[in-house]
Design a protein around this ligand. Sequence first.
Ligand code: MN
Length: 515
Amino acid sequence: MARREDSTPLAEYRAKRDVQRTPEPGGDVSVPARHDGKLRFVVQRHRARRLHYDLRLELAGVFVSWAVPKGPSLDPSVRSLAVRVEDHPLDYGWFEGVIPEGYGKGDVVVWDDGWWEPDPTEERAADPAVALHAGELKFALHGTKLAGRFVIVRTGDDQWLLIKKRDEAAVPGWRAEDHPTSVLSGRTNDDVRAGRPGRWQAPTADELIALEALDANGTWEVAGRSIALTNLDKVLVPGRSGGEPIRKRDIVRYYATVGPWMTPYLAGRPLNLHRFPDGVLKGGFWHKAVPAHAPAWVRRWSNPLASAGTTRHYLVADGVPSLVWAANFAGLELHPWTSTAADPEHPSYALVDIDPGPSTKWEETLVLAKLFRTAVAHLGLVAQPKVTGQRGIQVWIPVRRGTTFTETSDFVEALSRTVGATVPELVSWRWAKQDRSGRARLDYTQNALSKTLVAPYSMRPAPGGPVSVPITWEELDDPQLRPDRWTIADVPRRLAEIGDPFTSLVGIEQDLPAL
Ligand code: MN
């Protein structure tokens, strides 16, 4: 297919893609500011009808793109065929996931990224746009996998050759297929296809030290991004029983540290932020829409189901940088959707919410949780509990893809009524709080489109910064267990010591039995 040089750069891209049906960016976000004034490049490994690598170079606000069937090579003796394809929006570069159908159907990982420049060894580097038009661009890449000087030369209509120049970065025999994983998540295309979580990039020790060294306002380089941080020494949360108050810097550090553990439960999901810019004592508010000033690399999702007057553009936090940005935005508490942006009408989990009433004792909440433990074990379901960081306990039950909200809601209602029937003195089925005589509610109504529950490892807005923490079923028998036992001060140590009990839920697809 011939590419028209005079077409509006993105018109061709938009024309090919039905943004209502495909989850990748529709190109409706603001054009990103350049990172340090440098031009970015990205290479995506894309298993469509045929495997290929999409090489994209930022130029004039878009990604100029080629499909490279065998991938780029660091071996100067290799001439890689590259087929020029239409320009892509910059935010497309960070897409990693499954394109369900139509144009580009297949799975995509971000195979490499970094920045590029016209070949610095050239006496007088030509304007890259002019060089491209003339059919030969000499450039240098600064990526994780790809580095050093390259040339890309047009040999026919859309056909080009990509060749590594001989320099220090050249590696004879180097093949892209020997290095298949994502530089963003560590995942392979198979991981992405199976919905497995990423081996997400954690901040380094040096990066965490750099955070402590920042003034109240400054730019933090973390997990591959530069993030502007503000008011880092502002106290947002009082200490617990006379303990140290919590500054914004502590919250930023917490979310950066637990980010790799949280991301499997946030990635690809619209996210609601509970924001407390003036601290938790002043009260907070829900923030759903992504603000216009958010950096361009913060992933957004445009909800095709949004009705007039409701939020359309949601934040999707898919790594440490987005969580750091959200924490700096005083989004202290994170509530993701039960479903993904790619498939908003089908939940990934059935959720049990044991919501204690004013007269419910902790021991009684535990009785209810243990009854759910017995029930899910009896049904042979994989499920895990988590304390909410406030007073309650939730149970998360992963479900097969394609399960409907009606099915999860009906199942959790039936399960909850069965549990509740064994301890009627503890549970109320009245809707209104004042009608419940202080008793607990087993709330199945969160199993609905766009409803949310607090994320695993989200902080709660209370003194000391308690955290909603996944636990093992055995921990229900630990006499030290409390719903707000762990705070942002000790969750990182717990994760380092015992890991994340919710890991056992990831990738599980199970049918909900009839009750
Ligand atoms: Mn492609």
